[in-house]
Design a protein around this ligand. Structure first.
Ligand SMILES: NC(=O)C1=CN([C@@H]2O[C@H](COP(=O)(O)OP(=O)(O)OC[C@H]3O[C@@H](n4cnc5c(N)ncnc54)[C@H](O)[C@@H]3O)[C@@H](O)[C@H]2O)C=CC1
Ligand SMILES: O=C([O-])CC(=O)C(=O)O
Length: 329
């Protein structure tokens, strides 16, 4: 029997990430090749943006995706989020050259209070929310706090792009394939302070840390490369990452909904106090997922270097949160 369609809201649907994301959702890459979808697309109430959205929808129509059962355009989150099972919150201003993601806080924070409230009012009680718009962790925190009747665990932030970047750097360094690397994670904020951690990682069963055996490379090449990759792409392309961000959003939601079969991945989730991260802080953790729920991997040893890095990224997140306090209920 055919499955009931799932309702997926995407905000910023006419933007660059939207253009790389929508076609893949409609194609079944995110929720499965047997899962029909309804797309509920939100853009700002600006004539140009709405017209661009119509153009994207015309192209989606022209793909004749068998899994796409319905598609609607919206300028009001209260209609866009009605009964949604998944909400991918992309719509926000991107940074330009020379900016840090936290410089976007002021410009973007307001969007996530409004959208958190709308999700609270009209979304499915089981909605899975992924915040992509930067600064992603703090925006996800704002949306979560603005939606007090929804479970906090339904709100997540995208660290998957950092995770995928780290995978590909480790594969290149060790001369191995990304598909063979397991147990890698990224702790903390989606910012240059994130801590990509391969201490527990294995490749074909061998320890990545032992294979690399180079703490100088870890501290001075690997971490800055992953941490500053977004800026390097802005510098090279003149625009921030879009296709790789859309790909990471697909990976994040797919793994959350369909499970990781015991494998680790990274999600930004509200802390339950694990590893001394204050409860509620939207923090990148190693997780496994099953039956639509994520679980933070427990019991990992945190050595002095790792603790220092975790403290640094936590400090930044705490400061960002202080900066938006006035917007929260
Ligand atoms: N978490 C992550 O790993 C990554 C996050 N990003 C972030 O994603 C966001 C979007 O990036 P792009 O698609 O490249 O930007 P873009 O400027 O191409 O598109 C953003 C779209 O959002 C729309 N928008 C703005 N406010 C909105 C609102 N309140 N409701 C609905 N739509 C709204 C705009 O009209 C625009 O069409 C940026 O904040 C960017 O920094 C980008 C890459 C990776
Ligand atoms: O760097 C940016 O502004 C866009 C982004 O978040 C990334 O590519 O990681």
């Amino acid at each position: 029997m055919a499955k009931t369609p799932m309702r997926v809201a995407v905000t910023g649907a006419a933007g660059q990430i939207g253009y790389a994301l929508l076609f893949r959702i409609a194609n079944g890459d995110m929720l499965g090749k047997d899962q029909p979808v309804i797309l509920q697309l939100l853009e700002i109430a600006d004539e140009k943006a709405q017209k661009a959205l119509k153009g994207v929808m015309m192209e989606i129509d022209d793909c004749a995706f068998p899994l796409l059962t319905e598609m609607t355009a919206h300028s009001d989150p209260m209609t866009a989020f009605k009964d949604v099972d998944v909400a991918v919150l992309v719509g926000a201003r991107p940074r330009g050259p020379g900016m840090e993601r936290k410089d976007l806080l002021e410009a973007n924070a307001q969007i996530f209070t409004v959208q958190g409230k709308a999700l609270d009012a009209v979304a499915s009680r089981n909605v899975k929310v992924l915040v992509v718009g930067n600064p992603a962790n703090t925006n996800a925190y704002i949306a979560m706090k603005s939606a007090p009747s929804l479970p906090a665990k339904n709100f997540t932030a995208m660290l998957r792009l950092d995770h995928n970047r780290a995978l590909s750097q480790v594969a290149a360094k060790t001369g191995t394939q990304v598909k063979d690397i397991e147990k890698l994670t990224v702790w903390g904020n989606h910012s240059p302070t994130m801590y990509a951690d391969y201490r527990f990682a294995t490749v074909n069963g061998k320890s990545v840390k032992e294979l690399i055996n180079d703490q100088e490379w870890n501290a001075n090449t690997f971490l800055p490369t992953v941490g500053k990759r977004g800026a390097a792409i802005i510098e090279a392309r003149g625009l921030s990452s879009a296709a790789s961000a859309a790909n990471a959003a697909i990976d994040h939601v797919r793994d959350w909904v369909l499970g990781t079969n015991g494998k680790w991945t990274t999600m930004g989730v509200p802390s339950d106090g694990s590893y001394g991260i204050p409860e509620g802080t939207m923090f990148g953790f190693p997780v496994t997922t099953e039956n639509g729920e994520y679980t933070i991997v427990q019991g990992l040893e945190i050595d002095a270097f790792s603790q220092e890095r975790i403290n640094l990224t936590l400090k930044e997140l705490t400061e960002e949160r202080e900066g938006v306090k006035h917007l929260l209920p």
